[in-house]
Design a protein around this ligand. Structure first.
Ligand code: ATP
Ligand code: MG
Length: 254
């Protein structure tokens, strides 16, 4: 794969739920190490698109390329291998409540990566350390703050060695004082070159982290460009209007 070739690319992705056409033909390219941020009004299809990108939701039509090859989603082995490469972080963490932080990661390594318990434990410790939680492995989700839970979820995703991370509003369920610790982990992943696409309402991430902003509305990408192009001084864009509204709600500086 050449440097400029996208690691993940989709073309003409459509998805309906019953008679509701949610995605109406979305094209997207994620260059290696690139960071795209999805914004736009509620119900526009951001979460559905993210879930189609790793086939957690099966698109009705369209083509997915990974590392330059078409992913045949009808072939379960190929689909399974693809999905291992594309990690997902959810707003509500999706941790197993009956397992400690460490065991949440260990179980994924044993089941998905077929590691033995000792190997899994060693790797899980490394990942907890990466997100600043090496002293919290023995705690259950109920004993962790929202920010800590989200960092465990990120550690679990990283333990799978994903080539791409999909993040769906990773800070939306957090109290404002806990947002910073998760944002810091996301920034450090970006610095390490992780390829990411993230739906977020966090203006600091939209403005400062995105290589490109994708504004989704009514199942289509209605606008795309760099933060400077879409949010620069004096521009009049859908993204600018949306961020101005967010700013009014959150008080976060744009
Ligand atoms: N499993 C489902 N079954 C039926 N309808 C669904 C399903 N998932 C999503 N939808 C509908 O698809 C539309 C798009 O939802 P989606 O969650 O993708 O939007 P979103 O842009 O992520 O919104 P938000 O900003 O509120 O998270 C909504 O109208 C939603 O009700
Ligand atoms: Mg959503």
């Amino acid at each position: 794969m050449s440097r400029s070739e996208p690691i993940l690319k989709v073309e003409n992705i459509t998805k309906s739920f019953g008679t509701a056409h949610i995605l109406k033909g979305v094209d997207l390219e994620l260059p290696k190490g690139g960071i795209k941020i999805l914004i736009g009004p509620s119900g526009g299809g951001k979460s559905t698109l993210l879930q189609c990108l790793n086939c957690l939701v099966t698109p009705d039509s369209g083509t997915i390329w990974f590392n330059g090859s078409v992913v045949d989603i009808q072939k379960s082995k190929e689909l399974y291998a693809f999905r291992q490469q594309v990690g997902m972080i959810f707003q509500d963490f999706n941790l197993f409540d009956h397992l400690t932080a460490l065991d949440n990661i260990i179980i994924a390594l044993c089941k998905v990566k077929k590691k033995n318990k000792q190997q899994a434990k060693e790797r899980a410790m490394v990942e907890l350390e990466q997100v600043g939680l090496s002293d919290k492995g023995h705690l259950y989700p109920a004993e962790l703050s929202g920010g800590q839970k989200q960092r465990v979820a990120i550690a679990r995703a990283l333990a799978m060695d994903p080539k791409v991370l999909l993040l769906d509003e990773p800070t939306s369920a957090l109290d404002p004082e806990l947002v910073g610790e998760v944002v810091a982990v996301i920034r450090s992943l970006a610095q390490k070159g992780m390829t990411m696409i993230m739906a977020t309402h966090q203006i600091s991430l939209i403005r400062n982290l995105a290589d490109e902003i994708l504004f989704m509305k009514d199942g289509l990408i209605a606008e795309q460009g760099t933060p400077r192009e879409l949010l620069g001084a004096g521009v009049c864009t859908l993204s600018q209007g949306f961020c101005d509204k967010l700013n009014e709600i959150t008080g976060e500086e744009i």
